[in-house]
Design a protein around this ligand. Structure first.
Ligand code: ARG
Length: 567
């Protein structure tokens, strides 16, 4: 149950009945002294209705019917209302199985994420989109939305002319193509040093675009090899992307000319230096000069923006998406603002389709500079993930020397990959973030290993006690100590946090929540003996442990992180 939404609705009803309609602005309380939730909406509502805020708060408290959920609310300061959940309510909730409940209004949501450029191997630049997008897709799905993953891979454009020309010249076999990075470098060297080769490369682009059989075949082979690389990274990362989710740039080739024709029909096209452009008043350069969205070059070629317009049209009109989410680097913000605006103006997407660029910052090294290898090269994802597992294995071996090798490797994979994912997900995505092995693999603080360890610790309690307890009835679950109550209150917040995470596209909300839950569990565990307690208390506390475990593992699953049985 979304407790926050329920309370908010009740407060809003009371405000309306008190003659001062408005949003209840209910939030989880900032501090325990303020109760569990606080309603902050009275002041604004009073101001609008010309009422005294304290007096309105008193009226609202009188009218507020919360008996089934909370004790009688208290007024604080200029008109805040503090709400403390009732033990009976908490016990009822604790008796229910942990599960994310479906949203009342299920939507169809396109999530555009990962989307590497297939000319090269995936590198750290694609990590954030892949990880964050996957967590958001899983969260939306858990809430009952229909998610359509779209991996908008870059498989088209002039670079492929160079690569195909080099493939032909060098007679490159699959073995050579296996290292895409060095293959790309060699092709680039040829391109830069030999004008004749560069001409061949350009001619190859034309051959590819006009659909010549040899060029198409070679291209397909190259794309297959490159996609296999990506898929192996996805598998190692444990993200839910597969071949069926690929909707490459080239898939829109046939739609590009019609898109431009439609822009023309809509009266949106202007020719500028031979190129077809859309000018919208809202986009101006620094000097106030109008900023174009170029959709077709003077040589007839189409651009990245044209493909994105075709993609929007497809997503809105063919897929009938209610929302389209783009997990793309913040440096493309202007691009998305522009294509969204053009798509709206052209009627490719109407107001029934929300278009959202969920931007993220760069991944930096500990020196605060863009993340590079020691020699300054790009870090290949496959190598980074291998390193994560090696580092995690060393830590796991140190913490738990008795594990057999196979178990240790399995745990290390969950811990290493989990650490990389969580480090990214737990930060506000809009900022740059510093990639720091020591921090992300630490067992203290807001990290994956800390949460995984919390799960393993709870499981070890059950091992000592001979298995999971059967669900107790709500009567037996009334919290005793304040630490027990605090733990139950936190568990009640799971649904609202999951919903907010999906609404705003901010997985760090969920991470912060899981960390707070694990912290409250630690306090409970320190203050409330479990296995030594009398039978009734022990059964109750074991039930809380089980509930905590299920909430933590459910939350981690939404982030795409496994919690191993032991650590
Ligand atoms: N391939 C692009 C890049 O590497 C990202 C594509 C993002 N999605 C989109 N619909 N434009 O920058």
């Amino acid at each position: 149950m979304n407790v926050k939404a329920l309370l908010n609705q009740r407060v809003a009803e009371a405000l309306a009945r008190a003659g001062a309609p408005g949003d209840g602005l209910v939030q989880a309380a900032a501090r325990p002294e303020f109760g569990d939730y606080q309603a902050n909406g009275v002041m604004a509502a009073a101001k609008r209705a010309g009422q005294n805020p304290r007096a309105l708060a008193a009226r609202v408290v009188d009218l507020l019917d919360l008996a089934d959920i909370a004790d009688s609310p208290e007024i604080a300061g200029p008109g805040f209302i503090n709400i403390r959940l009732r033990g009976e309510f908490l016990a009822d909730q604790a008796a229910l199985p942990v599960a994310v409940q479906p949203s009342r209004a299920a939507q169809k949501v396109v999530v555009d994420y990962s989307a590497p450029n297939l000319a090269k191997e995936m590198h750290v630049g694609h990590l954030r989109s892949t990880i964050i997008g996957d967590a958001i897709a899983r969260t939306l799905e858990a809430l009952g939305h229909e998610v359509v993953r779209q991996n908008h891979v870059g498989d088209w454009g002039t670079q492929f002319g160079m690569l195909l020309a080099y493939m032909r010249e060098s007679g490159a076999n699959s073995a050579e193509l296996a290292d895409l990075e060095s293959f790309y470098r060699k092709a680039k060297v040829r391109f830069d040093e030999d004008a004749a080769f560069a001409d061949t490369a350009r001619a190859t682009v034309v051959a590819l675009q006009s659909g010549e059989a040899w060029a198409r075949e070679a291209w397909q082979h190259f794309i297959d090899v490159s996609m296999t690389h990506c898929q192996s990274v996805y598998d190692t990362l444990g993200v839910t992307l597969g071949p069926a989710d690929v909707m490459a740039e080239s898939a829109y080739n046939d739609a590009l000319a019609p898109v431009v024709a439609q822009l023309e029909e809509a009266g949106l096209l202007t020719e500028s230096d031979g190129a077809q452009c859309v000018f919208l008043d809202e986009f101006q350069g620094k000097d106030g000069a109008p900023l174009p969205v170029i959709v077709q070059k003077s040589d007839g070629g189409f651009l990245y923006a044209t493909t994105d317009l075709a993609a929007i049209r497809h997503r809105a009109q063919t897929l009938h998406a209610d929302r389209v989410l783009y997990l793309v680097d913040v440096r493309q913000s202007l691009h998305f603002r522009q294509v969204f605006a053009v798509a709206r103006a052209a009627g490719f997407a109407n107001e029934n389709t929300r278009l959202e660029h969920l931007a993220f910052g760069a991944m930096l090294g500990k020196d605060g500079k863009p993340f590079k290898t020691r020699s300054g090269g790009v870090v290949k994802l496959a190598e980074l993930l291998a390193e994560a597992q090696i580092r995690a294995e060393a830590i796991v071996a140190e913490k738990n020397p008795d594990l057999d090798a196979a178990t240790r490797t399995e745990i290390a994979a969950a811990v290493g990959i989990g650490a990389v994912k969580y480090a990214d997900l737990s930060k506000n995505r809009t900022s740059d973030y510093v990639f720091d092995w020591e921090q992300m693999l630490s067992f203290d603080g807001n990290t994956a290993p800390y949460l995984q360890y919390a799960c393993a610790r709870i499981r070890s309690i059950f091992r000592r006690d001979g298995g999971l307890p059967v669900a107790a009835s709500a009567v037996q679950l009334l919290p005793g100590e304040e630490a027990e109550r605090q733990l139950l209150v936190m568990m009640c917040r799971f649904q609202e946090v999951v919903e907010q995470t999906a609404e705003d596209g901010f997985p760090h909300y969920l991470c912060t929540y899981l960390y707070e839950l694990a912290t409250r569990f630690s306090q409970f565990y320190e203050q409330c003996p479990i296995l030594q307690a009398d039978d009734e208390t022990k059964l109750r506390r074991l039930s809380y442990c089980r509930q905590t475990l299920h909430t933590l593992t459910a939350g981690l699953a939404l982030l795409g992180i496994d919690a191993p049985e032991r650590m």
